[in-house]
Design a protein around this ligand. Structure first.
Ligand SMILES: [Zn+2]
Length: 290
């Protein structure tokens, strides 16, 4: 399986929380244990391959085939019964790298939904046990009526360019993250704060991490999961440096290095092909010179 380019329509995966009927033998089965998922010889197993008494949660549909999830984390942890659940357990990072877009989106949703269900069982206001709201990924407190929907985080990525020297191509700012692979050249990125627009987050993160002020900021696209884990909606932007002569200054905390690279001489150590970071870099590199 190879990674696919971005598919704005979701590539045939439609998230859902409706239970139109009981799971059918041919429906897709996403079995989660901690941060891992069970895979079979052809992607994810089918409901018929798993124990009949499995408790299933609706996740949506892939190309019209309903998908269901179940969480074995509390039941068995790392020691899942291999006869009842045959297949190979894969980490999120491995799945994100190998699965084509709609399957990676489905796997990300399964992990996000089942992790949320496991970690949001009690009312945060009055400690009563929350009850599922039928047809939604949300819960409600039977005592104080607190409504608890599944929430996710938003983060921004910014591909910043500036004109190169006369007769030379534009330059792209790439950075090395303190907590990432040390050789990887990536983009400035960060989480959106509550009360902040995506564009404002892009400007703030760039200012904080490399000390640059942005000129024009344009939306590029999004990816509904990050390599660091599902439950993060990544929004990508292209931007120009307001002052083409300004040099980046790393904060030394989140970033270890920041450098301008001519677009015809980008480093080999770039983000993986299936990540929106790489789609942004490739998009900028393919643009006609300004
Ligand atoms: Zn309550």
């Amino acid at each position: 399986m190879t990674a696919a380019p971005p598919t704005p329509d979701g590539g045939g995966f439609v998230p859902g929380a409706q239970r139109s009927g009981p799971p059918q033998p041919g429906d897709l089965a996403l079995v989660v244990a901690g941060r891992r998922l069970l895979t079979g010889s052809e992607g994810f197993p089918r409901v018929a391959e798993l124990p009949a008494d499995t408790a299933w949660v609706p996740l949506g549909a892939l190309a019209g085939v309903p998908a269901w999830g179940t969480d074995l984390t509390d039941l068995a942890g790392e020691d899942v019964d291999e006869e009842a659940y045959p297949g190979r357990w894969r980490s999120w990072r491995a799945l994100a790298a190998e699965l084509p877009t709609p399957l990676a989106d489905l796997a990300g949703r399964a992990l996000a939904v089942l992790t949320w269900r496991r970690t949001h069982r009690w009312c945060g206001a009055c400690r009563a046990e929350l009850a599922d709201v039928p047809g939604e990924q949300s819960r409600r407190c039977p005592d104080c009526d607190l409504y608890v929907p599944l929430r996710f985080s938003a983060a921004v990525l910014v591909a910043i360019t500036r004109p190169g020297p006369a007769g030379s191509p534009d330059e792209l700012l790439l950075v090395r993250h303190a907590d990432g692979p040390p050789e990887l050249w990536a983009l400035v990125a960060g989480y959106v704060e509550a009360g902040e627009s995506l564009e404002a987050a892009a400007r703030r993160e760039v200012g904080e991490e490399v000390g640059l002020t942005l000129g024009a900021v344009s939306y590029f696209g999004s990816q509904p999961w990050a390599l660091s884990g599902p439950g993060v909606l990544l929004a990508g932007f292209t931007a120009t440096a307001a002052d083409p002569a300004a040099e980046p200054v790393v904060d030394g905390r989140e970033l270890t290095q920041a450098r301008w690279f001519p677009l015809d001489a980008l480093p080999a150590e770039l983000p993986a092909a299936y990540s929106i970071s790489r789609w942004l870099v490739d998009h900028v590199a393919a643009r006609p010179a300004s």
